[in-house]
Design a protein. Sequence first.
Length: 156
Amino acid sequence: MEVRLEKATDNDAPLIFDIQVKAFKPLLNKYKDYETNPANETIERVISRINSPNGSFYKIIADDQLIGAICVHWKEDVQFWISPMFILPSYQGKGLSQKAITLIEERFPQAITWELATILEEERNCYIYEKMGYKKTGVTKKVSDNATLIFYKKIC
């Protein structure tokens, strides 16, 4: 499956928002992390990310279908943070997140570090990030009775 990234625009916001809700709703229902889950965000938040001066939002396109998005923020043009990244449920488990991360890392070769956070209880997510060279930082944050965020960092 051919995967590519395209920079998102304001016109993409409704579709990205719809995919974001579909991708994160199962996790919201499972973990009840109402304050932090992207399924509870507004479309205005998506538009804000698209227009951020310190970041970019990219559409994840697989075989010419919009199947997800990845947002990148930077500090001093060398420290990068991925959040959020999401794939439609019907496309999950096919290696597309790994391809998207590889593509985003290639897009910013000046990066010294990459960071992200995921739900500790989602072992599959943790496995993928660790497989891609991300290391646990030791920092965690309880976001609900059922969920803890775990922070990762990759040094280039």
